[in-house]
Every structure is written in structure tokens, then in C-alpha cells.
Design a protein around this ligand. Structure first.
Ligand code: HEC
Ligand code: HEC
Length: 340
């Protein structure tokens, strides 16, 4: 009798463990725009199968010429999908890229991609790195060919897009799946978000930092996304990289780069489009005393002939304390996005 009873307990325990009574809605594969964010630009449906395929592609080195480098090699989750510890990105055969790999987060709100805004559609963006000789160096038709030959991908594409045979695998569908994965990468659970939602308060140092930030940084690093998505020259010494002008060929865009979001900034060192600054302290020293009057320097950084943004040592410390409230550990440890 006793024995039967304990077997019953065991069986019911097994079922309970197997079927969690409530799935956390935030952890489902579903795109949810946070209530305190503006309306996203990309809002089409994400399906679990499309996301699964996109994630697999993101971590698969098969899309590089020598099958050594995946998107995830340069975009690491523990650094909000930036390339941590590398100033310039490293691609196949250890070829050195020209720019620092930015974070991939809140892409659904981003009107253009890359430091110079050279790509306008999230689904088309992955074609850049796949074909770029300094990154993955694989012609797109070869990438598609490799996927068509692979039976796992046939199943994944069937599930995601209802195709019936491998000839229907196209670059377009591949881009769509990448887009679904990247749209899901929403960072909205930092301490600052919880403060905005009135769930917690900031320390007095963080609060002081926020006040200075609003006064002196927010005109460019704007609102809840911490960027206005404009292209500007923030006074770092210029190099051969012409920035936005590379795309527009307009001299007025020379040396301007997209204002980056500062979300997770504590974890995405090194900083700027070429990764020239290793620490946030170095960034603040730049704004306080390193701004150079180069062509198209943003007028906000040249007020009445004074270059830069005046900041005392205490104020720098306070701003950094505030910037650290933008760290979203939930996002960087969310297992839905982790390589399997
Ligand atoms: C060799 C390193 C490397 C690899 C591999 C790589 N990237 Fe990147 N990624 C970069 C760099 C560097 C940039 C910035 C390029 C620029 O602005 O010109 C970037 C930019 C991006 C951006 C734009 C982010 C923004 O804020 O504008 C996205 C999205 C992105 N990569 C996704 C991908 C995907 C998807 C793959 C795989 C198909 C991939 N990357 C592979 C280095 C890499
Ligand atoms: C005039 C607009 C403007 C103002 C004001 C401004 N920034 Fe920036 N910020 C930029 C631009 C543009 C970049 C990217 C420049 C580049 O890489 O060439 C940038 C880059 C950064 C970066 C590096 C981000 C990364 O991902 O590499 C940090 C950190 C930063 N700014 C913090 C601040 C702080 C703190 C303030 C206020 C003290 C501030 N910024 C004021 C425009 C501005």
C-alpha cells in the first residue's frame, strides 16, 4: 500500500516538474515592446520557429569561408552582443576589421544599421558581414548553397517558413530568420528601467549622475533608447574613416558617426567606432578635455568657442555611476539567446 502511494507521488511529482504551471510571459519567444519604450519600427510577428532558425544561423560558423567565424564570434552575449576586448573586429584568417563591433540590442527600434547607417533594413544587414572579406568572406550564393545541402537546415526552414524542398531556401528567407532572432534581443531590464518604472530608486550618486547626464549628454544620447540615431562628430581625432560621408558622399557628413545607445555601456568596452578608448573614464576625459575642432564637429561640443563639455572629477564619477545603472544583466544572461 505504502509502496503504491509513494510511486503515485513520484509519478505526479514527475508530471509537475515536467509541466511548469506558469511560463513567464517575458521568457516566451514572443516580441514584446516594453511599455516605457516608443513604438518599434519593426513590429511584424516573430514565430518560435523563425527565431530558432535565426539563432542557429547566428551561432553557425558555416556562414564563413573557412567555417571558423560565426556572427556570435564577434557579437558576444556577455557584452550585450558587442565584441568585447577587441578594439577592431577580427574576422576569418585573423583579418582585422576597420571598426569596433557594436552591441546588438533593441534593433527593432533602429532606423539604420552600422556606424555610418549604411544599411536601412534589419533583414538585409546580415549580408554585409557574411560577404565582407574582413569578416566572414563568403559570397551569398555560396552561403545559400551550404544551407541547401544541410538536412538540419532544411527542417528548420520548413518549420519556419513552410517551404517544401531545399531549393526554396533563399538569401531572403535567411535574412528574415536573422531578423527574427535580432528583433528579440530587447534590453529593457536595467536598474535605470526599473527606476523609470518607479520600481526602485537610484542612489544619490547615480541620481546626481543622471541630472548631469540630462543636462550635458542627453541632447544626443536621448530618451529611453539613449540615442537619437543621428550622425554626429563628437570631436574624437579623425582617421581615414570618413564615417557617414562614406555612404552619402556629402562633405557635411564627413567624420560623423551614429550616436550609439549607451545601454549596457559598462559591458561593451572598448568605446567609439574604432574602439580607441578602453574605459568609461577615458571617454569622459575625452568629453571634458579631449574634444578636437575637426570638420563638422557638432555645435553642441563647441559652445562659444569652448570645446567639449565641462566636467569636474566628481561629476565624471557621478556620470559613470549613472551609466552603470544601464547594465541589464537579465538580457546578457537570458538563456533564450545563448548558444546551445
Ligand atoms: C568579424 C567580426 C564580425 C562578424 C563575424 C559579424 N559582425 Fe556584425 N558587426 C561587426 C562590426 C565591426 C560592425 C560595425 C560595422 C560598421 O559599422 O561598419 C558590426 C555591425 C553589426 C550590426 C549593426 C549594429 C548597429 O547598431 O548598427 C548588426 C545588426 C550586426 N553586426 C549583426 C551581425 C550578424 C547577423 C552577423 C553574422 C551574419 C555579424 N554581425 C557578423 C563585426 C562583426
Ligand atoms: C553632440 C552629440 C553628443 C554629445 C553631447 C555626447 N555624445 Fe557621446 N557620442 C556621440 C557620438 C556621435 C558617439 C560615437 C562617436 C564615434 O564613435 O565616432 C558617442 C559615443 C559615446 C560613447 C561610446 C559608446 C560606444 O558604444 O562606443 C560613450 C560612452 C558616450 N558617448 C558617452 C557620452 C556622455 C557620458 C556624454 C555627456 C558627458 C556624451 N556622450 C555626450 C555623441 C555625443
Amino acid at each position: 500500500m505504502n509502496k503504491i502511494f509513494s510511486v503515485l507521488i513520484l509519478i505526479s511529482g514527475f508530471f509537475l516538474a515536467g509541466c511548469p504551471d506558469k511560463v513567464d510571459p517575458d521568457k516566451e519567444i514572443k516580441f514584446i515592446a516594453p511599455a516605457h519604450f516608443p513604438a518599434p519600427i519593426y513590429n511584424q510577428e516573430i514565430t518560435p520557429a523563425g527565431f530558432k532558425l535565426g539563432k542557429r544561423l547566428f551561432y553557425d560558423p558555416i556562414l564563413s569561408i573557412d567555417s571558423t567565424i560565426s556572427c556570435g564570434s564577434c557579437h558576444q552575449q556577455k557584452g550585450a552582443f558587442a565584441h568585447i576586448d577587441h578594439d577592431l573586429s577580427h574576422g576569418v584568417f585573423n583579418r582585422l576589421g576597420k571598426r569596433n563591433a557594436p552591441a546588438i540590442q533593441n534593433m527593432a527600434w533602429q532606423p539604420s544599421f552600422f556606424w555610418d547607417g549604411g544599411v536601412l533594413q534589419l533583414d538585409l544587414q546580415p549580408f554585409g558581414p557574411i560577404e565582407n572579406p574582413l569578416e566572414m568572406d563568403l559570397p551569398l550564393n555560396q552561403a545559400v548553397h551550404r544551407l541547401r545541402r544541410n538536412s538540419t537546415y532544411l527542417t528548420l526552414f520548413k518549420d519556419a517558413f513552410g517551404i517544401t524542398d531545399s531549393a526554396q531556401i533563399t538569401a531572403g528567407l535567411m535574412g528574415k530568420a536573422f531578423g527574427e532572432f535580432m528583433k528579440m534581443l530587447v534590453s529593457s531590464s536595467s536598474k535605470y528601467d526599473k527606476y523609470l518604472l518607479n520600481e526602485i530608486s537610484l542612489t544619490s550618486e547615480e541620481q546626481a549622475g543622471l541630472t548631469i547626464f540630462k543636462e550635458r549628454c542627453e541632447s544626443c544620447h536621448k530618451g529611453v533608447l539613449l540615442t537619437d540615431f543621428s550622425f554626429r562628430n563628437n570631436g574624437i581625432a579623425v582617421t581615414q574613416d570618413s564615417g557617414r560621408a562614406h555612404i552619402t558622399l556629402n562633405p557635411a557628413d564627413l567624420y560623423t558617426f551614429r550616436v550609439p545607445s549607451l545601454r549596457n555601456i559598462e559591458k561593451t568596452a572598448p568605446y567609439m567606432h574604432d574602439g580607441r578608448f578602453a574605459t568609461l573614464n577615458a571617454v569622459l576625459n575625452h568629453y571634458a578635455s579631449g574634444v578636437q575642432n575637426t570638420p563638422n564637429l557638432d555645435p553642441l561640443l563647441n559652445q562659444g568657442g569652448t570645446l567639449g563639455i565641462p566636467l569636474s572629477e566628481t561629476e565624471k564619477t557621478q556620470i559613470i555611476a549613472f551609466l552603470k545603472t544601464l547594465t541589464d544583466t537579465e538580457f546578457m544572461s537570458d538563456t533564450r539567446f545563448t548558444e546551445e
